[in-house]
Write a protein that binds this ligand. Structure first.
Ligand code: NG1
Length: 567
């Protein structure tokens, strides 16, 4: 297990938090970095383990394919600090990348005679070959076929491939011919663990395809946008938080991701606190498979949020007002309703000053409580009548993309969670912008940050209904042992939890979990080792060119980082 690491930096001034544009750090757009050493990618304490892992990946590649890899594409998993289940309603979120990641070692040196006429060849293997068997595909130049009804690990690669090829065709013309690739994958983000293994895999796959096909630089925004759309091809109506965190993150900072008017990410650091604060991530070991449970969990929530947007629009905006078509999975979102509602309100009042987003969200919470008063949910017929469309039309617009199973849609609860969670993200950000009043003892400030995380958990459990007993137990146990704030992170219904813990209580919290939770499960040594990690904000996607630099070598003086030996 890792030792406690204070994620809160010693950069106390507001200037340090948002140095460049008088309030916020500038957008972090630009190309995906090409790493020249592992110390460009990982924090110092991770270097020893990572160097061994990279070396074994490259050695195994050579053994499997009889030739060295040309490059490695890397994208990490993430933990979300605050802003749960609101990215697909297009409200900003605050995740950070973690050390665990997806690595794809690649070579394009495949004889063309190997592939069928009019096709290119993809050979893909995994270091965990017993769990993820090797596959070979002959793929026609013009289309990548993905069978989303089959749960197959290579679908994630194929969806990154498909998205990257769409972009390459836009750039180089419709008759662009993709290269054959030989790939060996090593992923350390636990699948179904709430840390976004799928986004790490899809983003690294898309990045690998771009580089394999000769792109010298890969734009981070383009990569993120294509990874978001690609992941939807695997059967999940996903939002954009995970892919943004995976691609854009910078070591040492969390990431504020906003989705409108266009995708933007900026690094956010934290004021120095006393006691120092640490984020702990704890696995529940309840596997939440979004793909399998989508029709009653994740995809249903996406549908409910879009239906809530359409319903509120029909009732609260003038008759016939269209909702703007946007980048959300079903093209209409609560954020779109929010913007339309206040734009019309200001227009009709001839307003000279607009309300703050915080007060707008407070007003929306109150309006939702009044307007969507059916606590047990709304039937298709009831919603269709208000939208003035047939039930068939409703199904076509909202439930045909991904199947959902529900008699009633809980529009009230879903809208209330989304508006109140969007408000909590703003409150969290505004706390980060402030200096704690008393820097000798910031307990009260720490408790305010933690309080917002606790409110998120309450809302996820009671209103959005995406927690589970095991996560609730982990949160309660952590709070009793001294956590300021504890909540599920990611989609929920199992997976992981995140906890804001004073550094001097980390031991007590871990002991409490062991006593009250983990000791009651039948865990393997490997699971015990992975159960709790102290999370540091890690860096985002990167490419490492093996050809230029040769295999990874651990320097004796690990403190100097790692060097890459020339061949
Ligand atoms: P997970 O399942 O934890 O990777 C999912 C979505 C996110 C976001 C969160 C809930 C995907 C790939 N990810 O995260 O976009 O909606 O749930 O906040 O679908």
């Amino acid at each position: 297990m890792l030792s406690p690491f204070p994620i809160f930096q010693s950069s106390p001034s507001r200037q340090d938090i948002y140095p460049r544009t008088g309030g916020y750090q500038s957008n972090m757009a630009g190309p995906v970095p090409v790493a020249s050493s592992l110390s460009d990618i990982y924090t110092i304490d991770a270097l020893g383990t990572q160097a061994k892992r990279w070396n074994s990946l490259l050695t195994r590649f050579q053994t499997i394919y009889g030739q060295p890899a040309e490059f490695v594409a890397r994208s990490p998993g993430r933990v979300n600090i605050i802003g749960e289940h609101i990215d697909y309603s297009l409200y900003p979120v605050l995740p950070m990348a973690i050390t665990a990641d997806s690595l794809l070692a690649v070579s394009t040196n495949v004889a063309s005679s190997n592939a069928k006429e009019g096709h290119y060849k993809i050979k893909i293997a995994n270091v965990q070959d017993a769990k993820f068997p090797t596959h070979e595909f002959d793929i026609p130049y013009d289309a990548v076929d993905i069978d989303a009804t089959v749960h197959e690990w290579t679908n994630y690669f194929k969806s990154g491939l498909r998205g990257a090829l769409e972009l390459l065709r836009k750039k180089h013309g419709a008759d662009f011919k993709p290269k054959s690739m030989q790939i060996l994958m090593d992923g350390t983000v636990p699948a179904g663990g709430g840390l976004s293994s799928s986004a790490a895999f899809v983003s690294s796959s898309a990045l690998a395809v771009m580089v394999a096909n000769g792109e010298k630089t890969v734009d981070k925004t383009e990569l993120t946008e294509l990874a978001i759309v690609s992941e939807r091809a695997v059967g999940v109506n996903s939002g954009g938080m995970d892919q943004s965190a995976s691609v854009f993150s910078e070591r040492g900072s969390a990431l504020f991701v906003s989705f409108t008017p266009s995708l933007k990410a900026r690094a956010v650091s934290f004021p120095k606190t006393n006691p120092e604060l640490t984020f702990l991530i704890a696995q529940s070991f309840v596997t939440a498979d979004k793909f399998v449970t989508g029709p009653i969990h994740y995809n249903l929530r996406v549908v409910e949020c879009s239906l809530a947007a359409a319903y509120l629009n029909a009732v609260l905006n003038p008759p016939g007002t269209p909702l703007p078509s946007d980048a959300s999975p079903l093209s209409v979102s609560l954020h779109g309703f929010h913007e339309t509602f206040f734009a019309l309100q200001e227009h009709s009042a001839g307003a000279t000053s607009s309300k703050s987003t915080e007060s707008q969200l407070e007003e929306l919470v109150a309006l939702t409580e009044k307007t969507l008063d059916k606590k047990d949910g709304y039937t298709r017929e009831e919603i269709a009548a208000v939208l003035n469309i047939s039930v068939d039309e409703l199904d076509k617009q909202f439930t045909s993309r991904f199947p959902v199973r529900a008699e009633k849609f809980k529009l009230r609860q879903r809208a209330l969670h989304v508006f109140s969670e969007a408000l909590r993200v703003l409150k969290f950000m505004s706390l980060l912008e402030q200096q704690p009043a008393n820097t000798d003892d910031t307990s009260e400030y720490n408790a305010q940050l933690g309080g917002l995380l606790n409110q998120t958990q309450d809302s996820c459990r009671d209103v959005y209904e995406c927690s589970c007993n095991e996560i609730d137990e982990l949160c309660a146990s952590a709070r009793r042992a001294g956590s300021y704030g504890s909540r599920l992170t990611g989609a929920g219904w199992g997976g992981c939890s995140v906890h804001l813990v004073p550094a001097d209580k980390v031991k007590a919290v871990k002991e409490a979990w062991e006593r009250e939770y983990y000791s009651k499960l039948d865990l393997t040594d490997e699971q015990k080792e992975a159960a709790v990690v102290v999370s540091k904000p890690g860096s985002g996607s990167a490419v490492y060119l093996v050809e230029d630099r040769g295999p990874v070598v651990v320097d004796d003086r690990i403190g100097d980082g790692l060097r890459m030996a020339g061949r």
